[in-house]
Design a protein around this ligand. Structure first.
Ligand code: COA
Length: 176
């Protein structure tokens, strides 16, 4: 699945691979390069063992980013997404999100949610560029390591997904 829109980054498409049982160490290593504390291979295995979970790995010469999402009934959520620092701002996260959204649309998933820290401006900009809108707030949701345990609110963002099966649309759109 590579035909996602990537305005601004036409020459740098990464390959998007689906994580498998042997990918847990790699996912944990990528996560640890993006978040403190990082998640372990065991954490990743536990996440990806949940029904409806999917892990994606972006490869551009080497693994440079990842996404873990989960779908339940007609909804999905982004559990975590990250790109290693050296590969940021080159369209990797856009490619990962685009790939995941296409997969969800193909399965008739209606909407997708995520939580993001109010001060994570690159991530908020990424999600806004991908059509997510702010639909709520979770006070004191994150505890930031290294900042004396200061707590940060999360913004809840949602994107409704187009129905990828035109035959079943029949004017019953849930679009924003
Ligand atoms: C957030 C993150 C995943 C973005 O990944 P990325 O591959 O650099 O993002 P992209 O290159 O696809 O950028 C897509 C859009 O996001 C926004 N964006 C990305 N980095 C940005 C930055 N440093 N400042 C402002 N906007 C930024 C821009 O709108 C950009 O579109 P543009 O290139 O057309 O301007 C990455 O910075 C990261 O891994 N951060 C640490 C982990 C994290 O915070 N994950 C999200 C948790 S909710």
């Amino acid at each position: 699945m590579q035909n996602y829109p990537m305005p601004g980054h036409p020459a740098s498409l990464p390959e998007i691979q689906i994580a498998h049982a042997g990918s847990m160490g790699l996912l944990a290593a990528l996560h640890t390069r993006c978040f403190t504390p990082g998640w372990s291979a065991r954490d990743m295995a536990r996440l990806l063992a949940m029904p409806g979970s999917l892990g994606l790995i972006a490869v551009r010469g080497e693994p440079v980013g990842f996404l873990v999402g989960r779908q339940v009934a007609q909804e999905a959520e982004i559990i975590t997404i990250g790109v290693i620092p050296a590969a940021r701002a080159t369209g990797i996260a856009t490619a990962l999100l685009g790939d995941y959204l296409l997969r969800l649309s193909a399965q008739q998933i209606a909407e997708i949610f995520l939580e993001v820290a109010v001060d994570n401006h690159p991530a908020i900009a990424l999600y806004a560029a991908q059509g997510f809108t702010d639909v709520g707030r979770r006070p004191d949701y994150y505890t930031t390591v290294g900042k004396n345990g200061i707590r940060t609110d999360a913004i809840v963002m949602r994107r409704r997904l187009p129905n990828a099966n035109p035959a079943s649309e029949n004017g019953n759109s849930t679009g924003d």
